[in-house]
Design a protein around this ligand. Structure first.
Ligand SMILES: [Fe+2]
Length: 253
């Protein structure tokens, strides 16, 4: 008895809830849908296939966020905006009924710190939201300074997929510090399915439980992501998060 109650008794039974409804938040603010400029969609056909999939899930406004990095993807408005026009034309031609805007997902490196001071960054929404991501391998020393610099420059920083940085897993208090410094956290919806790793799933659920999540994002690069988003609807954590009405996605509609 002892052994089994330890194994099975310690695991909390998950509540059975209805599937989560993305139609309630309408807006996705993290994806890679501009063809051929990063590791997302490579062709216009692929972009349209992904957009159709997101529409079927209930998203009607997409703010797509190509990578901007100093080395791999040196995107700038000149590479992003013409691609956006192509995608918009095709959406209109096919009558898909989806609104698409473009911003960017900035990778925190030396080049980004320089850009904050010297350039107008690709932000979105009335709040001037600015999406940024960190290295998956090394905790950057400059994160607090970058958050401060972004706020000073008039942006509202959003940290992309905080649950995907393993070096924070045993330092959960860092997430609260980031929020206290004035940044918001954007969870990848697919983390709740275990798509990325069991660790990312556990942290994603804890971030929701502790009320630290302001946005969810699909981070769609390929059809596998759209498929996983369908499965993520079964997550009780996602259901409760969307039903709470606290997500800011809808404010971007
Ligand atoms: Fe991304």
């Amino acid at each position: 008895m002892g052994l089994f109650s330890n194994i099975f008794g310690s695991k909390k039974k998950e509540e059975v809830l209805p599937p989560a409804d993305y139609g309630l938040i309408k807006v996705d603010m993290h994806s890679h849908l501009i063809p051929g400029i990063d590791d997302g969609a490579q062709t216009l056909e692929e972009s349209i296939e992904l957009i159709k999939g997101l529409k079927e899930l209930g998203f009607t406004t997409l703010i797509t966020t190509p990578h901007i990095m100093s080395d791999f993807y040196r995107n700038k408005p000149e590479t992003i905006l013409p691609g956006l026009d192509l995608v918009r034309e095709e959406i209109a031609k096919q009558g898909l009924g989806v609104t698409i805007h473009a911003a960017a997902e900035y990778y925190l490196d030396g080049g980004f710190e320089k850009k904050i001071k010297e350039e107008k960054l690709l932000s979105f929404g009335k709040e001037n939201y600015l999406l940024f991501e960190l290295s998956y391998l090394n905790r950057p020393d400059s994160m607090s300074r970058v958050i401060f610099d972004l706020i000073s420059a008039g942006y509202k920083p959003i940290l992309a997929h905080p649950e995907r940085y393993p070096y924070f897993y045993d330092k959960f208090e860092v997430y609260k510090e980031i929020v206290d410094r004035g940044a918001l956290l954007q969870l990848n919806t697919n983390s709740l399915t275990g798509y990325y790793s069991p660790g990312a799933k556990a942290i994603a659920e804890r971030l929701i439980d502790e009320g630290l999540v302001s946005f969810i994002g699909t981070d769609t690069h390929k059809t596998g992501h759209v498929k996983a988003l369908g499965m993520a609807r079964q997550s009780p954590h996602l259901y409760r998060l969307i039903e709470s009405g606290k997500l800011k996605n809808i404010t971007l509609a």
